[in-house]
Design a protein around this ligand. Structure first.
Ligand SMILES: C[S@@+](CC[C@H](N)C(=O)[O-])C[C@H]1O[C@@H](n2cnc3c(N)ncnc32)[C@H](O)[C@@H]1O
Length: 300
């Protein structure tokens, strides 16, 4: 590895660096999303506020739990928000919440569900017969599975927090309130179940757009994203190529690996490692990638 790359990888160990306390960030998503970016929310605000223009459009093509899109919509950091996701279950949740009567149905379905482990296992084994029911079962699976992982083969929480088992992360009233709050902002947000590449190509000409790109982390040798998502195969080189062609501003996130720094440089992007804490409270580095990260370096 070149010395400049090594320096970049250790830069964020400076005394000025800070780790975001996620409990200080409003939790707006009904998901506890594996690889979710709640910890990045303050940086996303800084990024958008550093632009000399207010984005007319915020695009999040790998939306998942969509904490970035929700933050942007709730805090009016852009005029409009467009988010897409390929996973059918995750997409069912967003489609239901943004449909005319879906949000209230989903909120009521969650609030009236009497959770117990046996019933939950039976329900999760059922084949849903409507988009709404798929949405409910996706939220249920997400809240009772280990690490929120919904990919095939993910197990259900056994002991959980203080021995609460499947109840550890099932907060019906909180979920109901989050769903209602998202529905309240529905006019600013468009969701479509689409391929991220197609979406990026469609909006790449928009100079007034800001793109937040958070793909499954499967480009480096670690391939951490491969066990987290059903859809994890991504052509990362093509993704960088399209991102580099986007006329608006772009922020990508990846794991902090040498391969990614090299790929970023090849497409003319700057990189900046930031500290975060993973689910096990261990400090880790992730990489921010963008056309101009001076806003980020100044606030490291
Ligand atoms: C790292 S996660 C996004 C997490 C999100 N930023 C959050 O904070 O919750 C990546 C997501 O991309 C989705 N995905 C994978 N390939 C995709 C594709 N080609 N188009 C759209 N979504 C895709 C996965 O299903 C997964 O939900």
């Amino acid at each position: 590895m070149k010395i400049s790359q090594q320096l970049e990888l250790i830069e964020d160990f400076s005394p000025r660096s800070r780790i975001v306390n996620v409990s200080s960030v409003p939790q707006r998503s009904p998901f506890r999303y594996p690889g979710g970016k709640t910890w990045l929310v303050p940086r996303i605000r800084e990024w958008l506020q550093s632009l000399s223009w207010r984005p007319a459009l915020f695009v999040e093509p790998f939306a998942g739990g969509a904490i970035a899109s929700l933050t942007v919509a709730f805090e009016k950091l852009a005029e409009e928000v467009y988010m897409s996701e390929l996973d059918a279950g995750v997409a069912a949740v967003w489609k239901t919440i943004f449909s005319r009567t879906g949000a209230s149905w989903l909120a009521r379905r969650i609030a009236s569900y009497e959770l117990d482990r046996v019933k939950c296992e039976e329900d999760l084994a059922r084949r849903p017969t409507s988009v709404r029911e798929l949405a409910f079962l996706t939220i249920l699976r997400n809240r009772v599975s280990r690490g929120g992982i919904m990919a095939p083969g993910a197990g259900i929480i056994d002991y959980g927090e203080a021995g609460r088992g499947v109840h550890s992360r099932w907060y019906p009233q909180t979920l109901r309130k989050r769903i209602e709050a998202i529905w309240f902002h529905r006019k600013q947000i468009t969701f479509e179940q689409r391929d991220a590449f197609e979406v990026l190509r469609e909006f790449s000409h928009r100079a007034d757009a800001a793109f937040f790109i958070d793909p499954p982390y499967t480009a480096s040798q670690k391939r951490a994203g491969a066990r987290l998502y059903k859809h994890f195969e991504v052509d990362h080189r093509t993704l960088f190529e399209i991102a580099a062609r986007c006329k608006g501003d772009v922020l990508l996130t990846y794991d902090n690996a040498e391969e990614i720094v090299t790929l970023s440089k090849e497409f003319g992007f700057q990189t900046h490692p930031v500290s975060m804490k993973n689910n096990h409270h261990a400090e880790m580095k992730e990489l921010l990638i963008g056309k101009n990260l001076s806003w980020c370096r100044a606030s490291a």
